[in-house]
Design a protein around this ligand. Structure first.
Ligand code: GLA
Length: 724
């Protein structure tokens, strides 16, 4: 619900359990008054005051700058006295920077508008509020857009800038949202890692100054994540305040938590201002990516459930949310570049007997690519490898009763490619310098429409040429030297953002033209696992590291925000190809269970005893697939924290069915009655676990006694059903 109290000039945005309140001062500044548990009154102007007295410029004109530096500005602007971190800055055509935004008008409505050219959450009848702020002297109008998703306790926010000045100006900073918190938050939650260990959770203390998590890589990257949360210090997994922001964007971002001289905390997120300037002609608009914002008093498990419900309902492509995802086998770790049509068919033959639904042909099927140093851009089938062409191969795989999927890396170009030889200017490069290579490849200049159209044409033709039901869209290097020979000097700062817009345009065209295609995004594993990509692809390859122990930490961080059904999880070889760890086959499968299950190994070459386990593993996955896709996920214990074991569970919405996963990473000796306190069950319902009946409250408070497991890297999956 969105309320505007005209007498008090207060906006109140209510979800089922929270209120978000803003107020307009007499001069027209828009302030952030309150965010937290639901409140019933709009009588909250007192909470926006900056001191004992109403210290506003109209009452104390001699201290306007001091006011600007204290006021909890809803959308802080740079250069006019708020010395804390800002969200927006504009340079006019005389080169001056700074602006001052004041309330102009607002509008409350039910039909949310899609952001132009960018993914955003579907409105589906949720109430929205536009607040128009303006700077008359500069000639700029800034519209703050809020949509209230009541049942998920989520509010989305985005910002639109319009140039009304009659001349061009330059946006040099464009962050999407800010929160000024008055509460006793003390900790920060953010996600970090590297290739093969993405999204590990980090909890740190809020100190004076700024904490920043960011990416300048042209994608979120393996290292940081476009998410930030602040927590109260006593926050456990189920109890405590948490405020979170997740940006629906797949490029450079910055998220900041700043504690100021008055012990107030300001949190913001948006496009990174470095390598960003956007020239806006008079009359034009610029739209910023949307932020998913929430408050939960049920700590991280509450936050996670809100995010999961929201992603399933409003972000993921609707047709895939509950659709059964195929169990796939990918040939990357099975063959790397060393394969031909017969080898793939051999894998498919064995896989089809074991119950696997789809074969995915990974990198190496095009141009003359036999290593990672050539042919990107030459999206023509290598008929020396695939004799008789792609259609013949796909038909052979289909004849085995299996679907077929294919790998692309559309944003890249190899120096050793026909495409580069005929269009060297299509690679991003700083004029006069040799561009830097990464994985022996360059990045295509997606600010050129002819490049985007050419690449789409190739993808389209390949997909039309055979019965291809799945695409893995990869991106295997970060973007540097983001300059384009096709753009004028004052638009070079647009290249990074234009790349992301072109990526979105391509994926939009792809899923519109091939509505039944299952798209899985990927970026050297999980470097572009974000809300923007999830708008087009319901699943993303989570990491190149499928070692089950490493995956516990990667999946814990990923599932903090994203539903289990979005994570590509495969059973791979042992010793693991990335870290050499040796683990039991069934433990690898149990860890892969809570995702989109598949295999990443050569089924024709693994040990017979392991191959024989596959049908039962698939049966287990299929048994729980619907529960895992639609249920509530609860973190029970974290190996990252305790160094010994990991445990989590999924509970159906009606609380009648649940599954518990327990992984003993390090064995315990002589430990008696290890009790696991379950979560999310109905206290008063009776449940059957291991043929015994317990009350829900017993399992949640006293706990379930875990059977002793012998050895490291052991796992167990426990089924919990409501009695009768
Ligand atoms: C990336 C992906 C892998 C594989 C290779 C192919 O690293 O994450 O799964 O597709 O590229 O080059």
């Amino acid at each position: 619900m969105v309320i505007f109290d005209g007498d008090k000039r207060v906006f109140k945005l209510d979800t089922d359990n929270t209120s978000y309140v803003m107020g307009i001062t007499e001069e027209g500044y828009l302030g952030n008054i309150y965010y937290g548990k639901k409140v019933d009154s709009t009588d909250l102007v007192y909470a926006m005051r900056t001191g004992e007295h109403p210290f506003t410029p109209s009452k104390v004109p001699g201290e306007k700058i001091s006011f600007m530096d204290k006021f909890p500005m809803e959308y802080p602007f740079a250069g006019t006295g708020d010395f804390r971190s800002s969200c927006i800055n504009i340079r006019d055509n005389a080169g001056q920077e700074g602006l001052e935004l004041k309330y102009k008008s607002h509008n409350i409505y039910a039909e949310k508008r899609k952001i132009d050219g960018m993914p955003s959450a579907r409105g589906d009848g949720s109430m929205s509020l536009d607040i128009v702020l303006s700077d008359e002297a500069l000639g700029a109008e800034v519209t703050l857009v809020y949509t209230v998703y009541e049942e998920c306790d989520i509010i989305t926010r985005s910002v639109k800038v319009q140039n009304t000045s009659g001349k061009e100006f330059y946006i040099t900073k464009a962050l999407s949202a800010c929160l000024n918190l008055e509460t006793d938050v003390s900790d920060i939650l953010s996600l970090h890692g590297s290739w093969a260990r993405e999204r590990h959770i980090q909890r740190s203390k809020i100190e004076y100054g700024s904490y920043v998590t960011e990416s300048l890589r042209g994608e979120p990257g393996h290292q940081d994540h476009p998410f930030i949360a602040v927590l109260s210090g006593n926050c456990s997994e189920n109890c405590g305040d948490v405020y979170a922001m997740n940006l629906i964007y797949s490029g450079n971002f910055i998220a900041r938590v700043q504690k100021d001289q008055f012990d107030k905390v300001r949190m913001s997120i948006g496009i990174h201002p470095e390598h960003f300037t956007w020239k806006l002609e008079s009359g034009q608009c610029f739209e910023m990516p949307e932020v998913i914002m929430q408050y939960s008093c049920k700590s991280t498990n509450g936050m996670t459930n809100n995010f999961h419900d929201f992603f399933r309902k409003y972000i993921l492509p609707s047709k895939w949310v509950e659709a059964e995802r195929p169990v796939l086998i990918n040939n990357w770790e099975a063959t790397y570049f060393d394969f031909n049509d017969d080898k793939l068919v051999q894998i498919a033959e064995e896989a089809s007997k074991l119950g696997i639904d789809m074969l995915v042909m990974d990198d190496g099927w095009f141009g003359h690519r036999n290593a990672d140093n050539s042919s990107l851009g030459d999206w023509y089938v290598n008929e020396e490898k695939l004799k008789g062409g792609l259609k013949k191969l796909v038909d052979r795989v289909n004849a085995l009763g299996m679907k077929f999927g294919i790998w692309f890396e559309p944003e890249m170009i190899s120096p050793d490619s026909d495409l580069y030889r005929s269009h060297p200017e299509w690679a991003l490069a700083l004029d006069g310098r040799e561009p830097g290579l990464c994985r022996t490849q360059y990045v295509l200049d997606f600010s050129r429409h002819e490049v985007v159209d050419y690449i789409y044409g190739r993808l389209h033709d390949i997909l039309e040429s055979a019965n291809i039901e799945y695409v893995k869209w990869d991106m295997n290097r970060p973007i540097a030297e983001a300059a384009s020979l096709s753009l004028p000097a004052d638009r070079q700062g647009e290249v990074m953002h234009r790349h992301v817009l072109a990526l979105y345009e391509l994926q939009e065209r792809l899923v519109n033209d091939f509505p039944d295609l299952l798209l899985e995004n990927c970026s050297g594993g999980g470097a572009r696992f974000d809300a923007g990509m999830l708008y087009y692809s319901p699943q993303i390859w989570c990491s190149d590291n499928a070692d089950p122990v490493e995956r516990l930490m990667i999946q814990e961080g990923t599932h903090l925000i994203y539903p289990l059904s979005t994570t590509g999880t495969h059973v791979a070889d042992s010793p693991n190809h990335v870290n050499g760890r040796i683990t039991p086959f069934d433990t690898r499968a149990d860890v892969a269970l809570t995702g989109t299950f598949g295999y990443e190994l050569d089924v024709t070459r693994i040990a017979e005893e392991e191959r024989n386990l596959i049908p039962a593993q698939i049966e287990k996955y299929k048994k729980y697939r619907n529960l895992i896709q639609t249920g509530d996920y609860y973190r029970i214990a974290s190996f990252r924290e305790n160094g010994r074991y990991d445990s989590y569970m999924v509970v159906s919405k009606d609380k009648n069915k649940a599954v518990l996963v327990y992984v003993q990473v390090v064995t315990d000796s002589n430990v008696l009655n290890k009790k696991i306190k379950l979560c999310g069950l109905a206290s008063d319902k009776k449940y059957i676990v291991d043929d015994m009946e317990y009350l829900g409250s017993t399992l949640m408070n006293v706990g379930y006694i875990m059977k002793p497991l012998r050895g490291d890297f052991q796992s167990v999956v426990v089924e919990i059903n409501c009695a009768g």
